[in-house]
Design a protein around this ligand. Structure first.
Ligand code: AR6
Length: 178
């Protein structure tokens, strides 16, 4: 299954690049605590966003695991970026609650800013080492639970880096809606 509806919000899962989603009001950054450039998603977002993005973020740092802050999109095609710090697997506990908090907070902030579409990468599953299947269960269950409270967000897109991640998302989405 590649899409599902929770409340009035559609959830899509696809393979792609998080910085190449020009139709979305906001993309989510798998950030570091300093909200600066890095590897993976953070590197791609800061390269595409340009120096103005790091400059705007500097006074909001540091953030703690589970937290999320919003900035403008600068040179990105998206008007906003939601910067979430995921848990480092095996270090930041309780990992599942901290990861759920990232998704919940990003959706709450997007909704408060009256955004209608948000794109997420698979937070914590790269450099931070969170197993993909466990992280996917947290991500999709949290979006499903949060949907009832959303008044503005109508599209949540999970932008995954490869087919194997997409396969996991498809399976978990199927289990959740069974
Ligand atoms: N688009 C979509 N997904 C991507 C992209 C992309 N352009 N690039 C990587 N992924 P990561 P984390 C996938 O490491 O685990 C950074 O250095 C990747 O395959 O970006 O939360 C920061 O500075 C993986 O599945 O984020 C932090 O220090 C997922 O996105 C730290 O890494 C997340 O990988 C954050 O680690």
């Amino acid at each position: 299954m590649e899409q599902a509806t929770f409340g009035e919000t559609r959830v899509e899962v696809l393979v792609g690049d998080i910085v190449a989603q020009p139709d979305l009001d906001a993309i989510v950054n798998a950030a570091n605590a300093q909200l600066q450039t890095g590897g993976g998603v953070a590197g791609a977002i800061h390269r595409a966003g340009g120096p103005g993005l790091a400059e705007e973020c500097r006074p909001m740092a540091p953030i703690a695991p589970g937290e999320c802050v919003i900035s403008g999109g600068h040179d990105l095609p998206n008007p906003h970026v939601l910067h979430c710090l995921g848990p480092v697997h095996g270090q930041d506990e309780p990992a599942d609650e901290l990861l759920a908090s990232c998704y919940r907070e990003a959706l709450r902030i997007a909704d408060d800013h009256r955004l209608s579409s948000v794109g997420f990468p698979a937070i914590s599953t790269g450099a931070f080492g969170y197993p993909m299947r466990d992280a996917t269960q947290v991500a999709l269950a949290t979006v499903a639970e949060s949907a009832a409270q959303l008044r503005n967000v109508r599209l949540v897109r999970f932008v995954l880096f490869d087919e194997s991640a997409l396969e996991v998302y498809r399976k978990v989405l199927e289990e959740l809606t069974a």
